[in-house]
Design a protein around this ligand. Structure first.
Ligand SMILES: [Zn+2]
Length: 392
């Protein structure tokens, strides 16, 4: 008996050690495996492009999933594309931190259900708060909290923007001290509400200012471009959009089915954005926007934020994203076009965040004017946010 007990105890100790080792090793391994870049830093561009890049006052990006990976954003990391030191290095003024709360297994572009979830296990291994392991709202709140913790520990170099007054203050402070950067919180997939409209308030109070109704599967709000039904907005979805816009939260149509996009525009009273997209005009896939929807975004006064990875642009090159940018400028004018990389979105991205000068170089190459380049690189986001964030 004694021997058996000893063996059992030995196995238990071994399991605990293995468990602890897994929480240290696996999250970083997953981050490295899923978030890769085609071109590795350091990046170099022509003197002219670098000069123009250095002259930009406000560089912004509308989408990145860095919070999913429990990376220490206060230090420069080898893996992934975004952290605060690299945002400072790239002179980025504003980065959207968009929260993912659920991702089906065997995710594809055409047909996913919400029956499975591959985020639960990584969340446990990342030693996130226990209440966030199986509850999607808490999972979103844990990521909001994580970004606030980085803000607190950043000694004033990183700020979370929640209002137009806050953004105005930050812009003025940054003029005195350029060594500052900022982010704002978004969510992709409002299954993060756990089906309860009152959770809109909870997420707003946690700092979230932009939300996309759906991600890779249909939910209580409506149909995903990658779901089963490809349906429109449900009654619940309509209530949520109305409530969001009353609170000056930005509606993001990324990943929405075409029918869902039509329904959103039908009831929307505010400008609408796509935080990360490609365009059908240069790359025909179900995740990309049609000319009709690009025009509707522009008409609403919103933003078309162009993504930087092959499945959105049909090629693994900076040029393919710039082709989409140019296409949008030609279609709707430069005032509605922005960057929406999808950094750290479990994809191979063209470059990490320090590669943004390559976009300026490519835009010069295809004949986009310096004035329009400034708009696309961030001035449009600045103008949009000053106008559309909650005033205070
Ligand atoms: Zn996405």
């Amino acid at each position: 008996m004694k021997r058996l007990k000893k063996i059992a105890l030995g196995i238990l100790v071994l399991l605990v050690i293995l468990g602890i080792a897994a929480t240290i090793i696996v999250p970083e391994k997953l981050d490295k495996k899923f978030n890769t870049v085609t071109l590795h830093p350091p990046y170099s561009v022509s003197a002219k492009a670098q000069q123009l890049y250095n002259s930009l006052n406000f560089i912004a990006d509308m989408h990145c999933d860095a919070l999913l990976w429990k990376r220490n954003l206060l230090q420069k990391n080898e893996q992934g594309s975004v952290d605060i030191p690299r945002m400072l290095e790239a002179k980025v003024a504003l980065q959207a931190f968009t929260i993912v709360t659920k991702a089906p297994k065997n995710m594809n572009f055409d047909n996913n259900t919400g029956d499975t979830d591959q985020i639960t296990l990584p969340f446990i291994l990342q030693r996130r708060p226990i209440n966030s392991w199986f509850n999607l709202t808490n999972r979103a709140l844990a990521q909001c909290k994580a970004l606030h913790a980085f803000e607190e520990k950043s000694a004033g170099t990183f700020r979370i923007i929640k209002s137009s007054a806050g953004l105005r203050q930050y812009i003025s402070d940054k003029q005195k001290n350029p060594n500052m950067t900022a982010g704002f919180l978004g969510i992709e997939g409002m299954h993060a509400l756990s089906g309860k409209i009152e959770n809109v308030d909870k997420l707003y109070d946690a700092g979230v200012r932009m939300m996309a109704p759906v991600h890779f599967f249909d939910n209580k709000l409506g149909g995903s471009a990658h779901g089963v039904s490809k349906g429109g907005l449900t009654d619940f979805g309509k209530q949520v959009i109305k409530k969001m816009q009353e609170k000056n939260m930005i509606v993001d149509i990324a990943h929405s089915s075409p029918k869902l996009i039509d329904d959103i525009f039908e009831i929307s009273t505010k400008p609408v954005v796509s935080s990360h997209t490609g365009v059908q005009g240069t790359c025909q896939t179900v995740r990309n926007l049609s000319d009709k929807h690009l025009k509707m975004i522009a008409k609403s006064g919103g933003l078309i934020s162009i993504a930087m990875f092959k499945p959105a642009t049909c090629d693994s090159t900076v040029a393919s994203s710039v082709k989409a940018i140019k296409y949008c400028i030609d279609l709707v004018g430069a005032d509605y076009v922005a960057l929406g990389s999808d950094f750290d979105g479990a994809i191979e991205i063209h470059t990490d965040i320090t590669g943004l000068p390559l976009y300026v170089e490519e835009m010069l190459k295809v004949g986009i004017s310096e004035e329009d380049i400034k708009k696309v690189m961030g001035e449009n986001v600045k103008r949009f946010m000053l106008k559309n964030l909650p005033p205070k």
